[in-house]
Write a protein that binds this ligand. Structure first.
Ligand SMILES: Nc1nc2c(ncn2[C@@H]2O[C@H](COP(=O)(O)OP(=O)(O)OP(=O)(O)O)[C@@H](O)[C@H]2O)c(=O)[nH]1
Ligand SMILES: [Mg+2]
Length: 382
């Protein structure tokens, strides 16, 4: 089967991607990297989220985290596929403080995550949410606004649904009152004690990847030709999935795939790298196959040193593994093409820009309008 895809690159332009980077690009000024802001009231769980998702802190350890008293900038850089900065804010940030430079803070921001503690009274948080969003939107209307209704581990399912509905209703009403009817807020129920925080963060990061439709298309074609039930493209270190096929994501499959990555990394750490502890546990030879007792197979293949494809396959469809492996190589080749072309476009645009304009803020929000064509031939697994 032949596949042709054309993509208009746009929006949050200059995201860097680990493993598909130009040398000079990895060394660019960290302040020019797109950022994700974590805001919300004191003790709502911002620092815990950042530590658990990006620094492998265990949820229980977050009990000992101290309150944040200044903006902490964390560069998610060399260990991860999607390169950005996370800015963790202190709870009681005062927008009217003259030292609060909203142009600088919201200007290069890709997404703003507002964390609300669901175990606490949330009315004050809603007022703050409204203030924050209004302020940020005035500076940069392209920010994606994400609300994490957080700490839902301690509450019943009914309470979760009811508070999500109530928070959604009140927040959108407040925005309408402020004259911002068009502004879209996305809501996620999260907890650091299960996989929901990784799932929610995956969705936030995905919105910032201009190549997402292409990646999703490739995954759809890959799974339909290979007899695969579900496939996730994972950023290995953070366990964020940066794309999946169009079938709905159920939490259990996502958890299984996350756990598989942990198992593979743990085993590789113990048995893989012999005496040389400098060698990363995950490399371009990494692959793994786990048979579950419900006639399902989990199959992991590396895509590049930061990315892995994890597939859920019915055992009977795995009899022609050669076809799946061949299609995987096509898929990997296509992804490489997509990012290589993106880099080429970006390099061209950057050099034009450098000639014409030295404004770093403009470069940061640069959008790429070059179109990308990826041509791949998949085999049919029948
Ligand atoms: N039950 C539960 N507790 C959580 C969760 N996330 C964070 N916490 C707890 O919430 C408390 C506050 O967490 P922090 O991450 O320090 O909160 P913060 O928003 O960074 O607070 P400031 O820095 O003061 O603004 C800690 O005791 C965490 O263990 C969660 O998902 N569930
Ligand atoms: Mg904090």
């Amino acid at each position: 089967m032949s596949y042709q895809d054309e993509e208009q690159m746009g929006l949050v332009g200059s995201f860097g991607y680990g493993g598909f980077e130009l040398e000079n690009e990895t060394q660019r000024n960290p302040d020019q990297k797109p950022r994700i802001l974590l805001m919300g009231l004191r003790r709502s769980g911002k620092s815990s989220i950042q530590k658990v998702v990006f620094h492998k802190m265990s949820p229980n350890e977050t009990l000992f985290l101290e309150s944040t008293n200044k903006i902490i900038k964390d560069d998610i850089n060399n260990s991860s596929f999607v390169q950005f900065q996370i800015w963790d804010f202190p709870g009681q940030i005062d927008f009217f403080d003259p030292t609060f430079d909203s142009d600088l803070i919201f200007g290069g921001c890709g997404a703003l995550i507002f964390v609300i503690d669901a175990q606490d009274d949330y009315l004050e948080a809603l007022t703050k949410l409204n203030q924050t969003v209004t302020k940020a939107y005035k500076v940069n209307s392209r920010i994606k606004f994400e609300v994490f209704i957080h700490k839902v581990d301690g509450v019943s399912d009914d309470f979760k649904m009811e508070s999500q509905r109530d928070i959604h209703q009140r927040a959108t009403d407040d925005l309408a009152d402020s004259g911002l009817d068009n502004l879209v807020l996305s809501f996620h129920l999260t907890s650091i004690y299960d996989h929901s925080i990784f799932e929610a963060f995956s969705k936030v990061v995905q919105k910032l990847i201009p190549q997402l439709p292409t990646l999703e298309n490739l995954l759809n074609i890959f799974i339909s030709n290979s007899g695969i039930e579900k496939a996730f493209l994972f950023d290995v270190v953070s366990k964020i999935y940066i794309a999946t096929d169009c079938s709905p994501v159920d939490m259990q499959s996502y958890e299984l795939c996350c756990d598989m990555i942990d198992v593979v990394i743990d085993l590789s750490c113990i048995y893989g790298s012999k005496d040389n502890t400098d060698v990363a546990a995950f490399d371009n030879q990494s692959s793994s196959l786990i048979k579950l007792n419900n006639s399902t197979i989990l199959y992991l293949r590396e895509v590049n040193k930061f990315l892995a494809l994890v597939c859920i396959i019915r055992e009977e469809n795995f009899s022609r593994q050669g076809v799946i492996d061949y299609n995987f190589l096509c898929f990997r080749e296509a992804i490489t093409q997509v990012f290589k072309l993106r880099l080429k476009n970006q390099k061209m645009e950057n050099s034009e820009l450098l000639d014409n304009d030295n404004d770093s803020e403009y470069k940061n929000s640069l959008s790429l309008n070059g179109s990308v064509k990826a041509k791949v031939h998949f085999e049919q697994n029948e």
